[in-house]
Unconditional design. Sequence first.
Length: 733
Amino acid sequence: MFVSLAALAFALQPVPPAPSEAQYKRTERFIRFANDVRLFHVEGERATGRQAEAAFAALAPRILASTSEEEAEAMALRYAELSGGGVALGDSFAARLVDAPVALRDDLLIVDCAQLGPDAFDPDHTLADLYARAFSEDVVFDCRGMADPRAARQAELVLAYVVSDRLAPTSATGLPAVHQRQRFYEGWVPDVGMSSGGYVVGYVEPEVAPASAPDGSVESFHATVLVNAASADVSTVFAGAQAAGIATIVQVGPYDGAGLSRTEDYDIAVPTASARVAGEKVRPKACLPADIDEAQLIAALKAHRAGGTLPACGASDIAPVPLVPAEEVDWEDHETLPGLGARLTALLRLWGTIEYFNPYDALNDEDWTEALGRHLPAFVEAATREDYDWAVQRLIAEIDDSHVRFEGMTNVYARALTHQPGFALVASDCDYFVSRVVDPALEGQVAVGDRLLSIDGEPIAEASARMARLASSSTRDAACLRNSVTLLGGSEGSETQVEFERDGRTISLSLVRDTAREALQMAPDDTPTHRAIDEKVYYADLDRLTRGEVAAMFEAAAASEALILDMRGYPAGTAWVVAPRLASEATDEAVAALFRRPMYKGPGAPLSHWSAFEQRVPPRGDAPRYDGKVVVITNARAISQAEHTIMFIKAARPEAVVVGSPTNGANGDVSKIRLPGGLVVRFTAHDVRHPDGRQLQRVGIQPDVLVYPTAEGIAAGRDELLERALVEARRAD
């Protein structure tokens, strides 16, 4: 056998060791941090193009390969700098200048922010006492270190009381407002294309309440505020005092050139470090070195009180970590395996967007927050393009959402399932039956109505459950509907062993996958979209009926006693013109659906609240009402707008009878996430509920009369759902 030298050289290349558990954990924490930076860091948003993501793609592989916590910390700092500045990583400990919440040291009145809090004072040392002393002297606020946010609020309260009277002669509202913009999201705006969801991203500026103070006066007063990279907050009160010229914010330690602001804590690399994401920055007026000792710091503060100046802040004094050349993140290549940095960027964008903007997160079978750690190894270890696509597919399958679709690739498992034996399957209550035989060679071997028992020795229930885990589906019926077109799939010419049940007998066959899946698709239905079944019952197929045909349909159905609306499929936007014709005076403009989507304000991005609205049945106007009985047919093929259509029909005509099986259970406008490698992933971005608040997602619309096709009915070519709908239509009320 001949082996080329190039192939031999490639085979002899050392295989890099698999990352350790500690390396994976560091990378997972870094991805969580980077996600908040890209979404909520104001300064980073101003960086040109995809600067933050380019920095992530370059540095994430290095953090994965790092051999120490300190090395990972240095690269996290570099990421912060490349993301636009203003993201700090620092030691949580700072030596305290005093051992009480407020104390004198060398004639300096020092308020220790880290020790402030509602329970921090003994009976002999009250907040009132602190206020009284602060009115008569300059104050040093030592806010270095990881101060409890409640303590930070106490510190700004002290300053507000102290300075507001000082400002009264020149300002009727107290401290001047220093606005700090925050990132704002209402749902997820699609990365590409358009959506009818009306999602919003932008900025908000929190309102600054005017400071107020007790009667009194402040003579000569100045506050010095000490902060470092680990300070919990530089609030609008401190910033306003600096803007008014009565406070100086002093950075102690590394300064990144961008300033500080409202922040959140992140455990990134080392136990004693915390990373912070900030909103609009407040620049300190002075900077002191990190290695300054207590005596030097006290001396500098006393000199400043006496009128001396502190060193001004220069450019960033954080030593950069040099970047190694990183592969370009290709957003368009559909065929090539993306590099490690690009694959981790895909994980960042896909996991991170869903983490905040999936409105149905609470309905997932698995904990999405923890999915990052579970799926990180698959993105790291992907060795082929197929591996990468599988990693994406398996991750997004965990959100249990039938709206999930891919642009730029078919479902990756479907690529390998291009052919199957020459017959089609239909799912009925997650049993699978032969619905059509298209290969004449199989006549006499396979018959319509045969129930599938096993494939290649695997019982059908196990095969169905295994396939269901490979794609995102909202409900059991939705997963089985999807499986009905993939269970028998494989490569062209491959063989498969199948077992059927027919008339109580088991039939075993060895079959060849020689029929392309496209050849198994149903021929287009060329029957009329609406027609009279008899003189009493009229029928309309909402899967094919157009908006332009609705008026003629109702005119033709006007004399009928019952109208069957068949919603097995996807409608053409007819809900808004069909439902009004069914409404009575009591249900005219009735609420048909409740919508909501998550709203966030960064940094830290706690869920601010839900943005909610309702949709109503449009007014009927002068159009005549259809007065006959209404029956709706549905099954798992009804998804999204189809489910919405049934909700509108039920809102307009609450007594309408729904016949069939549960709908797909996926409703709400979709949004899109762009990933490296030419991929775009769709997901449901709106929470849609019934008018009474009942859940629809992952449940579907439940029929009033449950009907699944039977083996006998399938074998005979009967439409058993339509048959039962006719029974309901003809039933006397």
